[in-house]
Design a protein. Structure first.
Length: 457
């Protein structure tokens, strides 16, 4: 984990010399490093700049007012042409069709598609957010909002749903392959290069395309798509760029569903036939004690080094701990089934509520879809290329195909790596080896999100 954090920090600091803020000033690298370190357990040792109390109060008040205005604007009747609403209803129907007919992430695309259809029904305001104003110290509800807006406010705006999803994911994840072969964590880290490269790409796109204007916070949210981790993308976007949440979520889950189509051509392009035939030795058995110590160690390490990633990593490791402890079978089964199923329904509907025509039918949406594909492709390539480099210095060869599983689409990316390996050599069984970088990719994307939140959030 420490190595992963260092890699991400170096990438981000290098990228920061090229990025410009919205006011056309370059990022202050020193300030970025201080911000990152200040958000760790070692922040107490850094001398903090004193901020005028009046300035701080005004800043906090402005943030509250901006959030309040966005909700008030959400209440207003949108002057959206009927044809735009019809287009978005068709988009929702398309998502439902792809889920049912093609099997693309049906558990999420059906709720998202249905949420998009409901959000675009004229006049109904099903997706409007609840608005509460404090008058003389008493909270007054101006509007209870539509039912999708209530779900969004409760689960997405607070960041709760992605965390509950991660508890379920942790309860279904086996970190044994990663523990047995720790160096595969580097492949998971390398696959996150797509996040930071796309962050750069989004800013460059804003500079050269007249109709697209992404801020640095927008670019960071878009970059997370490269991690191929839907809950992490939603968690990050809800904090940094909630107005882009619908497009980012649809892009993230669409590309996760397209893993079997997108990855194989990239994997074959970057490897030779001989490399794809490399057989790997069977992994050593991992004891129960190791599997229990691992999530506890990761939680403590992340809490010290990167507290902004602690909610995601903590939820993931908690879910894994109740699975591996062997004494909470009921909790583990609940997390794997009832909990994750209920939250998946609510999460999909809430995300779909952001597919309203006035928020989705923009040039920025096309930019997000293109950048998301680039991010995902670069993440796949990064893992494969690092595996090839590691083979230059390692006696025990690694099949480069497992590097593509570094994107955190669990377990689909690992299955794709195994399938492509068996096409080259029918006796090549790479699934368990690919699970190492696959699960480390989940940790890696959460760490990357934590780094971006620490600096930009």
């Amino acid at each position: 984990m420490k190595k992963i954090s260092i890699v991400f920090l170096i990438l981000l600091i290098s990228a920061s010399t090229l990025l410009s803020q919205e006011d056309n000033e370059k990022i202050d690298i020193k300030k970025s490093i201080y911000s990152l370190i200040g958000n760790t357990a070692f922040g107490a040792f850094i001398e903090k700049e004193s901020e005028d109390s009046t300035t701080k109060i005004l800043k906090q008040e402005k943030e509250k007012q901006d959030k309040y205005k966005s909700k008030i604007n959400d209440l207003k009747v949108k002057s959206v042409p009927l044809w735009q609403s019809l287009i978005m209803i068709c988009v929702g129907l398309l998502l439902v069709y792809l889920a049912i007919a093609k099997g693309f992430e049906p558990l999420l695309l059906i709720p998202i598609g249905m949420g998009g259809i409901l959000a675009n029904i004229p006049v109904a305001n099903i997706a409007s957010l609840p608005v509460v104003e404090i008058i003389n110290g008493i909270p007054i509800t101006l509007s209870s909002g539509g039912f999708l807006g209530q779900i969004y406010s409760f689960g997405i705006e607070t960041g709760l749903f992605p965390l509950l999803i991660f508890i379920g994911v942790g309860a279904m994840t086996d970190f044994g392959p990663l523990i047995a072969n720790p160096k595969t964590a580097l492949l998971g880290a390398a696959a996150q290069i797509g996040i930071f490269a796309t962050l750069l790409g989004a800013v460059v796109l804003s500079d050269y395309v007249p109709f697209i204007n992404f801020s640095l916070r927008d670019a960071a949210s878009i970059g997370i798509i490269g991690g191929a981790d839907g809950p992490t993308a939603i968690f990050t976007a809800s904090r940094l760029a909630p107005h882009l949440l619908g497009a980012i979520a649809v892009a993230a889950y669409s590309y996760m569903a397209l893993v079997p189509i997108i990855q194989p051509p990239i994997m074959k392009l970057l490897t030779t036939e001989e490399e794809r035939k490399i057989k790997m030795n069977q992994l050593r058995p991992v004891s129960k004690r190791e599997k229990i110590i691992f999530p506890l160690s990761v939680i403590i390490l992340v809490a010290l080094l990167l507290p902004d990633a602690a909610p995601l990593i903590g939820a993931l490791m908690f879910g894994n701990l109740i699975k591996e402890s062997g004494v909470t079978e009921r909790l583990s089964k609940t997390a794997q089934n009832e909990l994750i199923n209920i939250v998946t329904i609510l999460l999909g509907l809430a995300v779909g509520s952001k597919l309203a025509a006035d928020k989705f039918l923009r040039f920025e949406t096309l930019g997000i879809l293109v950048l998301g594909l680039i991010a995902f492709s670069m993440g796949t390539a990064g893992g494969v290329l690092l595996a090839k480099i590691m083979n230059k210095f390692s006696k025990e060869k690694i099949n480069p195909l497992i590097g593509a599983a570094g994107v955190s689409a669990v377990p689909m990316a690992a299955r794709v790596a195994s399938k492509v390996g068996q096409e080259a050599n029918p006796q090549n069984f790479l699934l368990m080896h690919a699970m190492g970088p696959n699960v480390s990719g989940v940790i890696g994307s959460a760490v990357a999100a934590g780094v971006l939140l620490a600096i930009l959030g």
